[in-house]
Design a protein around this ligand. Structure first.
Ligand code: NZQ
Ligand code: ZN
Length: 388
């Protein structure tokens, strides 16, 4: 088990009715609020009205930035920063999924950034200072409610990059706000949660039992509750479990004491989203089983991880260890398919035309040469091709 330092400065209010804490959470930072949200789901569900009632009753001065795109764009960040500066905003309130929260994190940091905001996204050092951020989560997926990262897209440059911007000060996580999430995004969200686990679970560190057990617990909860949430969208326990594991999965906790892996599936998926603007979790679901098969073939010394995954997560048994490992991967692919996720790139209209450039950018600076099983550009292209 390796050394680690961990500090999560976010207060989570989890469960039904926790919006009761919204007024006090904002007021701790001020009364001039930038309210950010996506393409309108919060207006359809009534959450927008509920939030506005609290803000109006509390006498908050509200500036709105709606229409934040899935795979949020740099232009929305620029607009948010402009509004914050113009109105002297003291605190940002993000209501939505990972895209709205990520965009709001970049806005919060961008207010203090001197210079071009895309440069801030590309900078190696992350943000030093940011406006306080409060969020109300409406989709269980990214873990943005409990981490400091954000992912911003620049469609003109065909780049989608993550960086450290700021942790939310407070995240209000009421699972009932996710009852309205459509099946497609519920399944994609679960695939994202599971991928955050896989990225750390498939590591060379063998003796970090706490991390491995947490990781397996998250995976088995996703496997149990995703089908229930799809069948019965307002099943509270299913939505609550998905929301709780969303926050834990990307928090760093499941990677305690483990060797970094450089998150190869995320690196490859961000290329797919940058070029084709696809749903993050769908890209991950397509890539993951193909990446698993590729690395198992390339480096049989990682077999032990796959057999543990098959046994602990799927409850499989087989004296033939390789067959067992492959069955575990097949189970995962079938699980995603049964959840209604399109499981090939061709179904998303994606062909081979940009694979070379995408592989080169995913592996910029040779970063994926340091993955659990090192990947070169040819490996990455091969994985993309296996997804067709
Ligand atoms: O935009 P609205 O109208 O709100 O609709 C959204 C959007 O169309 C809808 N939705 C959200 N909550 C809903 C709802 N529809 C009905 N009822 C609700 N309660 O769902 C759609 C997708 O929303 P989005 O926020 O884009 O999804 P997600 O939470 O999966 O966020 C994806 C973004 O987060 C990044 C991804 O790359 C992507 O850009 N990630 C952020 C991470 C982080 N901050 O740590 C880590 C992740 O690995 C990921 O890269
Ligand atoms: Zn993700």
């Amino acid at each position: 088990m390796l050394n680690f330092i961990h500090d999560i400065p976010t207060r989570l209010y989890f469960g039904r009715g926790q919006i009761a804490h919204l007024d006090e959470a904002l007021r701790a930072f001020g009364t001039r609020v930038l309210l950010t949200y996506g393409g309108g789901s919060i207006k359809k569900t009534g959450l927008y009205g509920e939030v506005m009632d609290i803000l109006n009753k509390g006498g908050f001065a509200v500036t709105e930035l709606g229409g934040i795109e899935p795979n949020p764009r740099i232009e929305s960040v620029e607009e948010g920063v402009r509004l914050c500066k113009e109105r002297g905003v003291e605190v940002i309130l993000a209501v939505g999924g990972g895209s709205t929260i990520d965009c709001s994190k970049a806005i919060a940091a961008g207010v203090f950034y001197e210079g071009d905001l895309w440069q801030m996204v590309e900078s190696e050092h992350g943000a030093l200072k940011a406006l306080p951020l409060v969020d109300i989560l409406t989709l269980s997926a990214t873990g943005s409610e409990f981490d400091g990262g954000g992912v911003i897209s620049n469609l003109k440059l065909r780049k989608k990059l993550g960086n450290m911007f700021t942790y939310p000060a407070v995240s209000i996580c009421d699972p009932s706000y996710t009852f309205s999430v459509p099946a497609y995004h519920t399944a994609a969200g679960a695939a994202d949660i599971m991928s955050h686990i896989f990225e750390g679970y498939f590591s060379r560190t063998e003796d970090s039992d706490l991390s491995d057990s947490i990781a397996e617990g998250v995976l088995t909860a996703a496997i149990k509750y995703l089908p229930i949430a799809l069948q019965e969208p307002d099943h509270y326990a299913a939505r609550a479990n998905l929301m709780a594991i969303s926050s834990v999965a990307c928090s760093g906790i499941p990677e305690y004491g483990k060797q970094p892996t450089f998150w190869p599936c995320h690196a490859m998926e961000h290329e797919l989203s940058a070029y084709y603007d696809i749903t993050h979790g769908v890209g991950l679901a397509i890539l993951t089983p193909r990446w698993m098969r590729h690395i198992l073939k390339k480096d049989p010394s990682c077999l032990w991880r796959f057999t543990r995954f098959a046994r602990k997560v799927w409850g499989l048994e087989n004296d033939d260890e390789l067959a067992l490992a492959q069955e575990g991967i097949d189970q995962l692919e079938n699980f995603y398919r049964e959840a209604g996720i399109p499981m090939t790139l061709s179904e998303l209209g994606i062909g081979t035309e940009h694979f070379k450039a995408m592989a080169a950018h995913a592996n910029r600076g040779g970063r994926l040469e340091k993955a659990f099983v090192p990947l070169n550009n040819e490996d990455i292209e091969e994985i993309f091709r296996a997804c067709l």
